[in-house]
Design a protein around this ligand. Structure first.
Ligand code: COA
Ligand code: AMP
Length: 631
């Protein structure tokens, strides 16, 4: 079946389509109800089905005779380690860890936070939780204790799983003290902290609540998978929204498992037994879906990479891994390719490796500029597929479905709507726009299986963030347009979310932190264009009247404040002090105008602005710097 027919089938008869896809996974109890609705009329998939994601990812393959196949390859240039784990080895470790977690009192329906670097034990911890019906919440290791504390208070874990340390290129990051600091800051106090001692750097003293990971695993019996309901929350994954508070995206089990199997085969075009590599982090949705769960549910070998595209040790790392592990399809963020391109513009490293195993390169997480895509294709002549999705969806929404039909690539477009997603471009009034007209990217309900179920313990936010703006549609927060052939072009966020090196961050949250500085009267944080990271934040601050602080000192203190509260990953490096900020007459800061000024784009001074001189003042301050278009 070609793409058009397959897609049409999914939209015209979603129940039949997704009933067929659900047959591709094993259920303890097959669902008889494919699509139903919750008390708020929101769609639920496979409501009466019973299954277990850890069973699908691990135990099933051993039962089918693939216990000796490699499940995970841990490739860590930063520790000079390559270690392979068969499906049987993964099962043994995960089943014992699950037994250990039960012995700590963790029960189905409770939560556990996982705060770990890119090591296999992070995946084992996720699978162990899934095995016993515990909802996990993985927190990206680059977040500071304050961010971790917010998540501890929101999802109230009984247990946190962590590691003694991580490595950022050549710098040891002691994770355990960050967890201790977060627990001290949080109101909710987890009962236990399970710590994997990586034996890197100085020994970190144990606290009363600490449990040694290895001792827990080796002292525990293997425990079986528990069947859970299809709508049972497999995980909560926090993501940045338009407010200072991150949103806990709630994922179901049955819809997600079905969608992941479908994605591996139909979008990524990967056959069982092949090696798939998503160079991301378990702390992001890509890590959940396409490092930990998806590849294993599809009986692939998945690479867990602890390193960076450059400097670990150089821009050849990606190509070395593809050759060495015979990767057939790879996923990364365009930023990573831009970083490699900067270090190796002529692709000299690429020529040194045999990349014949690689069929497809997938790119997502941020807008992919055409120059990067073309550089890639010039040096590696395979399909390089830009595709679009979000933490909320859990799996791709716009792509070139490589397992169905390879459609011609249009650079700048992320392809066509994936099966199950009725993607429309609408205007302010919610009406669909004509081809090539730019508007809001929305999806007609019901969303397909595996997409977000709710916001953890905050249904009103779920409703207001995604469903209220365009009734009957899911509002993605992105803008874009569709051409006459149905190709979609994503132009970027239409809200205060920015994307820094493929990391999704909230400028509203940064603003709250900047505004908390005692010298700051008011501020605006905006995302500006950056050649390497796509976007970076810039803070514009107005100091309190009579404040004597040196600008240089203030800038330093604000950068430190954001690093301490969010983490270095926020990458706030530029702060400018201005006299006033441009506002509408009703007092709303004109962030879009600020972005245009900094990025050197054409702008019109809105009639609602009360004093044009403000803009000239800002331009004058920027001219003294090397920020944005003033470089
Ligand atoms: N733990 C602790 N700190 C972390 C971290 C982690 N897991 N990840 C990043 N950081 C820190 C870095 O050490 C750096 O700190 P510094 O400012 O003190 O140097 C800061 O956060 C910014 O890191 P990063 O965004 O990685 O920028 P970089 O300049 O070190 O590297 C790239 C640039 C392009 C190589 C890097 O951003 C990259 O690999 N990007 C791809 C990201 C990606 O794959 N995203 C996938 C999402 S789908
Ligand atoms: P996250 O939830 O962290 O995966 O970030 C999702 C956001 O990243 C989307 O809402 C988009 O703004 C952006 N994004 C992801 N993939 C793409 C892409 N291929 N092109 C443009 N933007 C993208």
């Amino acid at each position: 079946m070609n793409y058009e027919e397959f897609y049409k089938k999914s939209i015209e008869n979603p129940v039949q389509f997704w009933a067929e896809q659900a047959d591709a996974i094993d259920w303890y109890q097959k669902p008889t109800t494919i699509l139903s609705q919750d008390a708020n009329d929101y769609p639920l998939w496979y409501q009466d089905g019973l299954l277990n994601c850890c069973y699908l990812a691990v135990d099933k393959h051993i039962q089918d005779g693939y216990g000796d196949q490699i499940a995970y390859i841990y490739d860590s240039p930063v520790t000079q380690t390559i270690k392979k784990y068969t499906y049987s080895e993964v099962k043994s470790e995960v089943a014992k860890l699950a037994g250990g977690l039960l012995s700590l009192g963790l029960k189905k329906g409770e939560t556990a936070i996982i705060y770990m670097p890119m090591i296999p034990q992070a995946a084992f911890a996720m699978l162990a939780c899934a095995r016993i019906g515990v909802t996990h919440s993985v927190v990206f290791g680059g977040f500071a204790p304050h961010e971790l504390a917010i998540r501890i208070d929101d999802c109230k874990p009984r247990v946190i799983l962590t590691a003694s340390s991580g490595i950022e290129i050549d710098r040891l990051i002691a994770y355990k003290p960050l967890v201790d600091e977060a627990i001290a800051q949080a109101t909710h106090k987890p009962k236990k902290v399970v710590v994997l001692n990586r034996k890197l750097g100085a020994r970190i003293p144990f606290k009363k609540y600490d449990v040694d990971y290895d001792a827990l695993v080796y002292g525990s019996e293997e425990t079986p998978c528990v069947p859970v309901e299809s709508t049972h929350p497999l995980y909560v994954l926090y993501t940045s929204g338009t407010t200072g508070k991150p949103k806990g995206i709630l994922r179901d089990t049955g819809g997600y498992a079905t969608a992941l199997k479908f994605s591996m085969q139909k979008i990524y075009g990967v056959n069982e037994g092949e090696v798939f590599w998503a160079a991301s982090d378990v702390g992001w949705v890509v890590g959940h879906s396409f490092i930990v769960y998806g590849p294993l549910i599809n009986r692939n070998t998945s690479v867990i990479f602890e390193g960076k595209p450059i400097r670990t040790p150089d821009a050849s790392t990606f190509w070395r891994i593809i050759e060495e592990h015979k990767v057939c399809a790879m996923f990364t963020a365009p930023t990573a390719i831009r970083a490699i391109k900067k270090e190796d513009p002529n692709g000299e490293f690429i020529k040194q490796y045999d990349l014949s195993s690689l069929r497809t390169q997938f790119l997502a997480g941020e807008r992919c500029d055409v120059a990067t895509l073309e550089w890639y294709r010039a040096h590696i002549p395979i399909p390089a597929i830009d595709h679009w999705w979000q933490t909320e969806s859990g799996w791709p929404m716009i792509a070139n479905m490589m397992g169905v039909e390879y459609l011609p690539i249009k650079p700048g477009s992320t392809g066509k709507a994936v099966c199950g997603y009725d993607i429309q471009i609408v205007g302010e009034n919610g009406l669909e726009l004509e081809p090539n007209e730019e508007g809001y990217l929305v999806i007609k309900l019901p969303l397909p299986p595996g997409t977000l179920l709710d916001i953890w313990k905050d249904h009103p936010s779920f409703q207001s963030s995604y469903l209220n703006r365009f009734p009957g549609y899911y509002f993605s927060g992105d803008g874009g347009y569709k051409d006459a052939d149905g190709y979609i072009y994503v132009t970027g966020r239409v809200d205060d979310v920015i994307n820094v090196a493929g990391h999704r961050l909230s400028t509203a949250e940064m603003e709250e932190i900047v505004a908390s500085h005692h010298s700051v009267a008011e501020c605006a944080v905006i995302g500006i264009n950056d050649e390497l990271k796509g976007q970076i934040p810039l803070a514009l601050v107005v100091t309190k009247l009579g404040e004597e602080i040196e600008h240089f000192q203030l800038q330093y203190e604000i950068v430190q404040l954001v690093r301490e509260q969010i983490g270095a990953v926020a990458a706030l490096r530029d702060v400018i002090v201005v006299q006033r900020l441009p506002k509408t007459r009703s007092g709303k800061i004109l962030r879009k105008l600020l972005r245009s000024i900094v990025d050197g784009e054409n702008f019109q001074v809105p009639s609602t602005i009360d004093d044009e001189a403000i803009i000239a003042e800002i331009q004058e301050e920027l001219a003294k710097t090397k920020i944005g278009s003033y470089k």
